[in-house]
Design a protein around this ligand. Structure first.
Ligand SMILES: [Zn+2]
Ligand SMILES: [Zn+2]
Length: 95
């Protein structure tokens, strides 16, 4: 999945990266309770394959994974924050 940002920056995400960063309460946890991904070391093919992806207003995108999971809504600011390109990784490492 590729996003072209208004400032000209481009981010390319592979599906596995997106799934590992699923922001839903089940995967990422909430209110101090660790989510499923905290105790997962490997994802299945179905978990990292997309059925479809839906735009959620101006706010973000919602992927429908092949394993039936679809509760994670990825906000655009969140997506920008996890941009895997070298430039953004360097910025994150410097923080
Ligand atoms: Zn999730
Ligand atoms: Zn980037």
């Amino acid at each position: 999945m590729t996003i072209q940002w208004a400032d000209g920056h481009q981010s390319a995400y592979d599906f596995e990266l997106l799934r590992w960063n699923c922001p839903c309460a089940e995967c990422a946890g909430e209110m101090g309770i660790p989510g499923k991904l905290a105790t997962t070391s490997e994802l299945s093919d179905e978990q990292i394959d997309l059925d479809q992806i839906e735009a959620v207003g101006l706010f973000g995108v919602r992927p429908y994974w092949k394993d039936g999971h679809s509760t994670g809504i990825y906000g655009l600011s969140f997506l920008r924050a996890i941009c895997p390109c070298d430039e953004c990784a360097a910025v994150r490492a410097a923080r």
